[in-house]
Design a protein around this ligand. Structure first.
Ligand SMILES: *[C@@H]1O[C@H](CO)[C@@H](O)[C@H](O)[C@H]1NC(C)=O
Ligand SMILES: *[C@@H]1O[C@H](CO)[C@@H](O)[C@H](O)[C@H]1NC(C)=O
Ligand SMILES: *[C@@H]1O[C@H](CO)[C@@H](O)[C@H](O)[C@H]1NC(C)=O
Length: 263
């Protein structure tokens, strides 16, 4: 009996540190915070819903988060008044507009206020350097100008600031010059091609969005294209992480049991 207890105690001496090490290892890779969830909670529910409804935009947002991302989400009021113009866009145009509201760099509130100038967005094609906007700090206010509209968007509040993702609420929908020309005369909207709404037709646009922006430190095409695989890997990892935790708990319970029998 004594021998058995000793054997169990020795086994635990070996097993406990191993289990603890496994537990610590499983905790290390933290998933980036979910920008869409932060938007929905912070008064940008409509914008979050538009992203969710655009597979191309949603996957790019998800893939960009781990590499660092700052999102400027228009308030529900701003989106509501913009909806007639949004609905006029093709599926590709919609995805580009949504991706135009995020940059592939994490800016904390402090670094956002310290930055001025042209920024590439998730919609930017690296070689074309299109879909950029100008960030300007005016007094205590961070403004965004696209060049398309005379309108200036202003950052109103911080919804999320957890490295590597920041989300700020803005008071207007950004209008890229690529989709909304600064027109003295009314411009014809992009002709809605019959195929434009099928996922296949959106693919060409998807490839374009996925080129790495030239200025900012962005996830490359590979990073974006392998996003589903990465997510699968992550979920597998977190599933596996459950196992060491269970083992750890079992070992701890056994230790308590042994301690009480030895006492
Ligand atoms: C974030 O949350 C949304 C809505 O729940 C979900 O569709 C999306 O896949 C999540 N993204 C990540 C990277 O977990
Ligand atoms: C910003 O975008 C415009 C319009 O596509 C383009 O003409 C310009 O070269 C870009 N600027 C920079 C600095 O990339
Ligand atoms: C939508 O497009 C049509 C056709 O090009 C145009 O006549 C109309 O003014 C556009 N509506 C809005 C709200 O932009």
């Amino acid at each position: 009996m004594r021998c058995l207890r000793l054997a169990v105690a020795l086994l635990l001496l070996v097993a406990l540190p191993l289990a603890a090490a496994a537990g610590a290892k499983a905790k290390a890779p933290a998933a980036p915070p979910n920008a869409t969830v932060a938007m929905a909670k912070g008064g940008c529910k409509a914008f979050a819903a538009l992203i969710a409804a655009s597979p191309d935009a949603a996957s790019t947002y998800d893939a960009a988060a781990s590499g660092g991302m700052t999102v400027f989400c228009p308030s529900d009021d701003a989106v509501a008044s913009f909806m007639p113009r949004y609905k006029n866009l093709t599926a590709d145009g919609k995805a580009s507009l949504l991706l135009f509201h995020a940059v592939p760099v994490y800016y904390s509130p402090g670094s956002l206020k310290a930055n001025n100038g042209v920024m590439n967005t998730l919609a930017t094609d690296g070689s074309a350097r299109n879909y950029n906007f100008t960030l300007q700090n005016e007094g205590n206010v961070v403004t965004i100008k696209t060049g398309a509209s005379g309108d200036v968007a202003r950052v109103r509040s911080t919804l999320l600031d957890t490295d590597p993702v920041a989300v700020y609420a803005v008071d207007r929908v950004f209008q890229p010059v690529e989709l909304f020309k600064p027109a003295p005369s009314p411009t014809p909207a992009p002709a809605p091609a019959p195929a434009a709404d099928t996922p296949k037709a959106g693919k060409g646009g998807a490839a374009r969005h996925r080129s790495p922006p030239a200025v900012a430190d962005a996830p490359g095409p590979e990073a974006d294209d392998t996003a589903p695989a990465d997510q699968k890997k992550d979920s597998k990892k977190s599933a596996a992480a459950g196992a060491p935790r269970v083992r750890w708990l079992a070992a701890a319970l056994a230790a308590v049991a042994v301690a009480s029998t030895l006492a």
